[in-house]
Design a protein around this ligand. Structure first.
Ligand SMILES: NC(=O)c1ccc[n+]([C@@H]2O[C@H](COP(=O)([O-])OP(=O)(O)OC[C@H]3O[C@@H](n4cnc5c(N)ncnc54)[C@H](OP(=O)(O)O)[C@@H]3O)[C@@H](O)[C@H]2O)c1
Length: 323
């Protein structure tokens, strides 16, 4: 059986560098997840309360017969559940839906909290305290955040006792937040990239198609290999067994340095999911507010605000549906 390389976290736990995404976009396929576990040696699964598939995932895991201790299960706390007590209740509810007694990684899904009358910073700190306690109790073997930018991490560092073990952020050839990657690494926070295929958009880019021909691989394998070669934990999603198998066959070849550099140059700042740059952190002077216009389309507008702990952007709250 194939064993995927691991990335060691600051608490010495090892997370497989390649996992399977399960976001609600495109739906959930029980057969594909069972196939991933049984036939592709996938042992790392990324989910979230938000994706609505924790119970379905439980059934897939049971059917796969892969022992719990061989799996790495990540799930996420939705901002609607932020707060000390509600975070603990939400974590236990996720465990119950997943049919597990502990999580390998529990992430705060998004830095915006949307609690009227309370600053994001305070709510994040309260929530983080709950995660730290669940980490101490062993209910969560590691804890982390998602979509946090440098100011959000700096605040959490000041307010909390444990630095997040992981920050899960959008990362693909068009979105390469290297400053954030370096900051995370310098603070001992493992960087995990989501949407490694840019939700499929990267698969038609001429350079990636050319590299696929050069290496005799698929465009998807080039993107995933590029993430892995950058030492980024990556979690491509597919609902199709043949594509999941293809996405796992990324360890038998290496991209040359010149090709890594060429892909490095593809960054254009494009996001295919949601954009956390608007989320308030104490000391921010510019706040970008995001208005939900329709469906997944988000329009962003910059507003000048004074540095304050209040003024949370509640208009859109954390209701982006693109994640
Ligand atoms: N923390 C966050 O806020 C956040 C946000 C977004 C995503 N995530 C996580 O990251 C995971 C991955 O992101 P994502 O699912 O949005 O995007 P993605 O993995 O970049 O792309 C998924 C899309 O690519 C297609 N695809 C997959 N493999 C393919 C292949 N070999 N050839 C052609 N098409 C292929 C899939 O379609 P088919 O299903 O039809 O194959 C699907 O439409 C999510 O599932 C979720 O777990 C987290």
């Amino acid at each position: 059986m194939q064993h995927f390389p691991d990335v060691e976290l600051s608490n010495r736990l090892k997370i497989p560098i390649l996992g399977l995404g399960t976001s609600h976009n495109g739906g959930y396929s029980h057969d594909a997840v069972v196939y991933a576990l049984q036939q592709c040696s996938i042992r790392h699964i990324d989910t979230a309360k938000r994706y609505g598939c924790e119970e379905a995932l439980c059934k897939s895991i049971v059917e796969s017969r892969v022992p719990r201790e061989d799996l790495w299960i990540t799930t996420k706390l939705w901002p609607g559940d932020y707060g000390y007590q509600s975070a603990k209740e939400a974590c236990r509810a996720s465990c119950a839906r997943l049919g597990v007694e502990y999580l390998d990684l529990y992430l705060m899904h998004w830095p915006d909290c949307g609690v009227p009358g309370r600053s994001n910073r305070d709510v994040r700190a309260d929530t983080w305290r709950a995660l730290e306690e669940m980490y101490d109790e062993g209910l969560c073997r590691s804890i982390g955040v998602s979509n946090f930018l440098i100011p959000h991490l700096e605040e959490l560092k000041e307010d909390g006792g444990v630095m997040p073990h992981v920050n899960q952020v959008e990362f693909h050839p068009f979105q390469q937040p290297w400053q954030l990657v370096e900051f995370c690494r310098s603070e001992g926070v493992a960087f995990e990239g989501y949407c490694p295929l840019a939700k499929g958009q990267a698969l038609h880019h001429p350079l990636i198609v050319e590299l696929a021909q050069k290496y005799g691989r698929s465009a998807s394998q080039i993107c995933i290999r590029w993430s892995i070669q950058n030492r980024i934990i990556t979690i491509p999603k597919s609902t199709k067994p043949d594509r999941i198998l293809e996405n796992c066959q990324v360890f038998g070849f290496q991209l040359e340095d010149t090709d890594m550099a060429a892909m490095h140059a593809l960054h254009d700042g494009r996001r295919v999911s949601w954009d956390p740059t608007h989320v308030e952190s104490l000391g921010s002077r510019w706040l970008k507010r995001t208005w939900r216009v329709s469906g997944d389309y988000m329009q962003t507008k910059s507003l000048f605000i004074s540095a304050t702990r209040s003024g949370t952007d509640n208009e859109n709250g954390a209701a982006g549906s693109a994640l």
